[in-house]
Ligand binder design. Structure first.
Ligand code: ASP
Length: 405
């Protein structure tokens, strides 16, 4: 019997994206309907992703470590990953600051007299550091605290390697559990075209094109910087260090990019990103370590957004940022992007920390809050593309180190 040919998931997601925009525009007069009856299905889909993400991060990082067998290899992969993540993030803020300064003259001058924004009290740096380390084994899983889950996975993974030959059964158990959750994820991902449609359609219906309005130039600046950063930094890195054509890289990444754009969640995109990097030829042992880490700590798009918004907010208050202030922004935005959770809207909350570090009024966030979702869709795309580029590069460098290529 001839096998039924099905459309690829990427094509299905793309069709869902276009359909969501069209349906959203048509449903504009009935935005309430879209929010009450379409959005909940998107929420169901996001809930399923959140449900699967905790076991996936835990087990995939553990499996990544176990399959590397050797603590030195984990150290080598970990070091390369963290260095790449930090350098690209610092570069991203510089791109954001340069873009912001270049287009500053075109930014609207919005009156700041009546602004009010309740920023949550920023957590002191030392507290953030302390909070990375879990004080019990269940709470990181219950609260989906990704940084704590990573620490847990690292500790348990290392211990499994260190107990030596006794570890056979536990390795088998963890690998099987990882397979089970991967299967579960595969089933959830089959729903992604519906998920994408139901998430995006209400956003378009309730915001429509007019929301862009006066902030069009700021949004455009952020998007130009997102594109420039992705095309310049990731293409160059993938080509030179990863030995891969950028065209191939972006082509295979398309499903993850579209998904990140509509869901605005790096963590939610993790399962699709794992599949895309597999298609790019990255070993699972590398991607299952590098990607969950990246979805938690590597946020280049968020960093760009923070740079552009800092310049915009400063210009609305008639403040000209000095070079030392900009350098402070590079530092704080790098740290802020590590602390940003890979969920919708998290980057805006962390913007408060960046603004406070250079004495800009935190209420200024109110200027951009209305269109945050639009900023967020683009920055999430950059965030996950950065993670994948790291995967390709670390994969190649490790193969070279081991003399396999
Ligand atoms: N939504 C972004 C992400 O998931 C984080 C942010 O808000 O900047 O990557």
């Amino acid at each position: 019997m001839k096998e039924k040919k099905t459309m690829s998931l990427a094509a299905q997601i793309f069709i869902a994206l276009v359909a969501a925009i069209i349906a959203g525009l048509l449903l504009q007069p009935q935005a309430a309907f879209a929010n009450s009856y379409i959005k909940p299905f998107g929420t169901i889909f996001l809930n399923l992703l959140k449900f699967i993400v905790v076991p996936i991060v835990l087990f995939s990082i553990m499996c990544g470590i176990i399959s590397m067998q050797d603590i030195r290899k984990v150290g080598s992969v970990g070091l390369k990953t963290v260095v790449y993540y930090l350098c690209t993030t610092a570069f991203a803020i510089i791109v954001g600051l340069i873009g912001g300064n270049l287009f500053k003259g075109l930014f609207p001058a919005i009156a700041t007299t009546e602004l009010s924004y309740e920023a949550a009290a920023p957590t002191p740096f030392m507290d953030t550091l302390v909070n990375i380390f879990p004080s019990n084994i269940v709470s990181p899983l219950v609260n989906a605290n990704m940084l704590q889950i990573i620490v847990m996975a690292l500790l348990i993974g290392f211990s499994i390697i260190l107990i030596g030959p006794k570890n056979e059964k536990i390795i088998e158990g963890i690998t099987t559990l990882n397979d089970v959750f991967m299967k579960c994820m595969e089933m959830i991902l089959k729903l992604s075209p519906i998920g994408v449609f139901c998430l995006l359609c209400p956003v378009v219906a309730s915001n429509g094109p007019q929301i862009i309005g006066s902030l069009a130039m700021v949004l455009l600046t952020a998007y130009i910087c997102y594109i420039v950063h992705s095309l310049v930094v990731y293409s160059t890195a993938v080509k030179t260090m990863g030995g891969m054509s950028p065209a191939k890289f972006f082509k295979e990444m398309l499903p993850a990019i579209i998904f990140a754009f509509s869901s605005a969640s790096s963590v939610g995109t993790l399962p699709i990103n794992l599949e895309c990097t597999e298609k790019l030829g990255v070993d699972r042992e590398i991607s299952s370590f590098v990607l969950p880490l990246g979805a938690t700590i590597n946020m280049d798009g968020t960093a760009i957004y923070q740079g552009v918004c800092a310049i915009f907010i400063a210009s609305c208050y008639g403040i000209n940022l000095t070079l030392p202030q900009m350098m402070t922004i590079v530092l704080t935005a790098t740290l802020a992007s590590i602390g940003t959770a890979g969920v919708p809207g998290a980057g805006m909350v962390m913007l408060a920390m960046v603004l406070a570090s250079v004495g800009l009024p935190v209420e200024g966030i109110a200027l951009v809050a209305g269109v945050d979702r639009i900023f967020d869709m683009g920055r999430t795309v950059v965030n996950i593309t950065g993670d994948a580029s790291c995967c390709v590069i670390v994969n190649r460098l490790e193969k070279k180190r081991e003399g396999k290529i």
